[in-house]
Write a protein that binds this ligand. Structure first.
Ligand SMILES: Cc1cc2nc3c(=O)[nH]c(=O)nc-3n(C[C@H](O)[C@H](O)[C@H](O)COP(=O)(O)O)c2cc1C
Length: 338
């Protein structure tokens, strides 16, 4: 199923706090040219009043990239959105799914599901402030509010803001009782709710998220929705992403090999090292390139030990490429997640 708004969101890489930072997004971009990537959530105040240089930094090589905001103040969100558009982000995504306990007193994230008018006002303010798409990432519901009708009511109201793209983590958040982590596992996945949402709101672009760990599952979901967002598996086993362009975006080039991906990152690594970024900040995201291959422990060990040493430089990175080349040589046949 295709939708004009959705062409570049067929496969999305989820925002993950502490994980999908700029180094990881650049690395992922060497595995897939087309999947949309999402930056981790940030409060708009950090952009409007904080250290812009720090928070807005990204690389041209990351596009297409969305920035995720979490908050509840329409004016502040609109001001942050303008800044994000100015520096070149491709999309702004509003977080209405984070189950953090901190959102209880001053609601943000999933807590806002109980305040659909606030969500609508926030979305409207951002949509009026910028030309780039403003999308939402939400859940099926919260606590006892878990029926499809509640979800449809929420979406029906929020869509009045002009929002046309709904990314839905297909489980509710259980705010009273579960930790943030448990909230990614325990509430059951209800893909049928997300499919029904697309059926009943065909004018919207609906992206399904949660529990997708195989590309054939994503293909099956795409029979019902416009896009699929993947999170944990993409981070823990990044080489999984190497197939995306061929499977979902009609790319005809062969999938990149792990050493090829490492080589593609070399100019970035050199530039970052020259700018003072410690090597460990970059390579910590690469350790999973050969995640499940036991013979690749040398690669993992090298990145985890040498790559994390104080003052580690280009030589350490070049050695990691050499190890990756040895592992990927025909006959060794250790590629990615084998
Ligand atoms: C470490 C971690 C951090 C996360 N941070 C965010 C975040 O900042 N914003 C957000 O909307 N979702 C966040 N999530 C949720 C993911 O975006 C996604 O909805 C969830 O992991 C389900 O997808 P998956 O089953 O493919 O991993 C986070 C998930 C993880 C594992």
């Amino acid at each position: 199923m295709s939708h004009p708004l959705d062409l570049n969101r067929r496969i999305c890489i989820a925002p993950m706090m502490g994980w999908t930072n700029r180094h990881n997004r650049y690395f992922h971009r060497q595995l897939t040219r087309h999947a949309m990537t999402y930056a981790e959530m940030l409060a708009p105040e950090a952009i409007v009043r904080g250290n812009k240089q720090r928070w807005l930094r990204y690389s041209e090589g990351e596009h297409p990239v969305a920035f995720q905001l979490g908050g509840n103040d329409p004016k502040m969100l609109a001001a942050a959105a303008r800044e994000l558009e100015r520096v070149g982000f491709d999309e702004i995504n509003f977080n209405v799914g984070c189950p953090s306990k901190k959102g209880k007193s001053n609601p943000f994230g999933a807590h806002l599901i109980r305040h659909p008018q606030v969500v609508k006002a926030c979305m409207q303010a951002m949509i009026e402030a910028v030309e780039i798409p403003v999308t939402i990432k939400t859940r099926l519901g919260v606590d006892e509010q878990e029926s499809y009708d509640h979800l449809a009511e929420f979406v029906g109201l929020v869509k009045e803001s002009g929002c046309r793209v709904f990314i839905v983590h297909a489980r509710k958040a259980w705010l009273d009782g579960l930790s943030t982590r448990q909230n990614r596992e325990v509430p059951p996945l209800r893909y049928d709710y997300v499919y029904r949402l697309k059926r009943e709101f065909p004018e919207l672009s609906v992206v399904l998220n949660g529990g997708v760990t195989e590309w054939d599952q994503a293909q099956a979901h795409l029979e019902h929705v416009d896009g699929v967002m993947v999170g944990r598996r993409a981070y823990k086993e990044p080489f999984w992403l190497a197939e995306v362009d061929r499977l979902f975006f009609q790319a005809t080039e062969p999938d990149p090999s792990p050493p090829e991906v490492m080589r593609r990152c070399l100019p970035y690594v050199e530039a970052e090292l020259a700018g003072g970024t410690p090597l460990r900040e970059i390579v910590r995201h690469m350790v999973g390139l050969y995640r499940a291959a036991p013979a690749a422990s040398a690669f993992r060990r090298h990145l985890a030990i040498e790559g994390h040493a104080k003052g580690a430089g280009t030589n350490v990175y070049l050695e990691a490429i050499r190890i990756a080349e040895r592992l990927s040589r025909p006959g060794r046949a250790i590629i990615g997640r084998l």
